[in-house]
Design a protein around this ligand. Sequence first.
Ligand SMILES: C=C(O[C@@H]1C=C(C(=O)O)C=C[C@H]1O)C(=O)O
Length: 244
Amino acid sequence: MKIGKFDYINNYLPYYYVEKEKLAEIVTATPKEMIALLENRKIDYAPIPSFYYLKNKSKFKRYRFCVASNGKVYSVIVVSRDGKLGDRVGITSETTTSVNLLKVILAERGIKCKLVPMNAFKADDILKSCDSALVIGDSALEARKHFKVVMDLGEEWKDLTGYPMVFGISASIDDAEICDELIIRSLRWGLKNFNEVVKSAVKRFGIDEEFLRKYFKALKHEMDSKCEKGLKAFEEFCRDYKLL
Ligand SMILES: C=C(O[C@@H]1C=C(C(=O)O)C=C[C@H]1O)C(=O)O
């Protein structure tokens, strides 16, 4: 069985044990690439953007492994030079879920601005022609160092609904329960051996250890009843605003 993994630090902990023990073939890709890999049956199971899952529910089975946060997520953010949103918000080419989440948040807050889809994923590039930038994953972690965070979308969602935000959800076309069991087992191993995983990630990515600990603790990787409610609320908002 081939298992997809987001090419982001946010997938490092849950896959650490599987990769260390070589328990499965892992294929890394961006969230958008992952959809194509799964649909073309190049892989058997993977996290995919939750918005895409909601749009194509009948095509997929879904599982417990997810990429979520109950409050601040740190890696799905709008950044700018002056800390203001401005009129033109450039949207990273990597997102499927978060751009729709941003639409919901702006509409709920009554904020009007132009969302500009970009052919770029780094804040540096997006901010050349936009006032602010929605960035995700590792590019967001990098952007935090150089720009001001205008919004953390995990935090905004929690303020709006009281629920966690599920950004990505594991899915398959054919039955892949066995893959989900493996990743959940690996996730639990990672949480139990948190220090080893953090030390290894610091070495690999050269990120500040204190920040990494905070980041890994903020991420939720296993669906529970609160995440289910969060996902349902997101689906309802998206329907209300005709995004789905
Ligand atoms: C939590 C994150 O959310 C990501 C956001 C996605 C999207 O906007 O489509 C897809 C997958 C998630 O990994 C992140 O980028 O760190």
